[in-house]
Ligand binder design. Structure first.
Ligand code: HEM
Length: 186
């Protein structure tokens, strides 16, 4: 994955726990990189090792690290670094979710070697939808849960996310039930 992902993990850890904890996590993961280059690809294995080491050092389950990372990704990494792209994708949670299937095709213009997730929305109602998530990577469903929670916060729209079909149970892809409170009429 592109270095911006590892950099974002670093930023999240340093903000909440400080630089020395981050150094401990890197050492435990066997990662000997001083500065990650945002626009250079690194092996996926490196990112997974950092997340596993963060889970050990912070004494948090991997799922919780990934959820926190998803929220951080939306509220800081994407918001601060790519505000234009985020704004263009929608002015409300449902609008943003409906545009999510096309979102990374724009990101791929900046990062040509991107191996993006694939999203699809079905069963769309005014206050819910089913989000289908496909990827060749393993174990990232909790990251998607955190991303949804981050989007809920970004749009000040309380959101509930439930994994209703899981690759862990043999399905070919994950499906989330995402629901939110109706927008208040101004
Ligand atoms: C402008 C904001 C964003 C940028 C620049 C961005 C960029 C990236 C990059 C570089 C990766 C790593 C994949 C690779 O390097 O091959 C990635 C992965 C991912 N992104 Fe985004 N992204 C953004 C917003 C979002 C949003 C809003 C969502 C969903 C709500 C999302 C969902 C994901 C997921 C789930 C992955 C994990 C990869 C996988 O599932 O295989 N991203 N993104």
């Amino acid at each position: 994955m592109y270095g911006m992902v590892n950099k974002a993990v670093e930023q999240m850890v340093c903000t909440h726990y400080g630089e020395s904890v981050w150094e401990e996590i890197k050492a435990r993961a066997g990662v000997d990189v001083d500065v990650f280059m945002s626009n250079e690809p690194y092996p996926d294995q490196m990112t997974f090792a950092l997340v596993a080491a963060a889970s050990d050092v912070l004494k948090l389950p991997t799922d919780k690290v990934l959820e926190a990372f998803g929220e951080h990704w939306v509220l800081h990494t994407a918001r601060d670094g790519y505000g234009g792209l985020m704004d263009a994708a929608g002015r409300s949670l449902p609008e943003f979710l409906n545009n999510l299937p096309n979102f990374h095709s724009r990101v791929a213009m900046i990062f040509p070697k991107l191996e993006p997730p694939r999203f699809e929305c079905t069963d769309v109602t005014a206050t819910s939808l089913k989000l289908h998530y496909r990827t060749h990577r393993e174990g990232l469903a909790p990251f998607v849960v955190g991303l949804m929670q981050g989007l809920g916060k970004m749009f000040s729209t309380p959101v509930t996310v439930r994994l209703v079909q899981s690759r862990d149970d043999g399905a070919d892809h994950d499906v989330f039930d995402v629901s939110w409170s109706p927008a208040r009429v101004a």
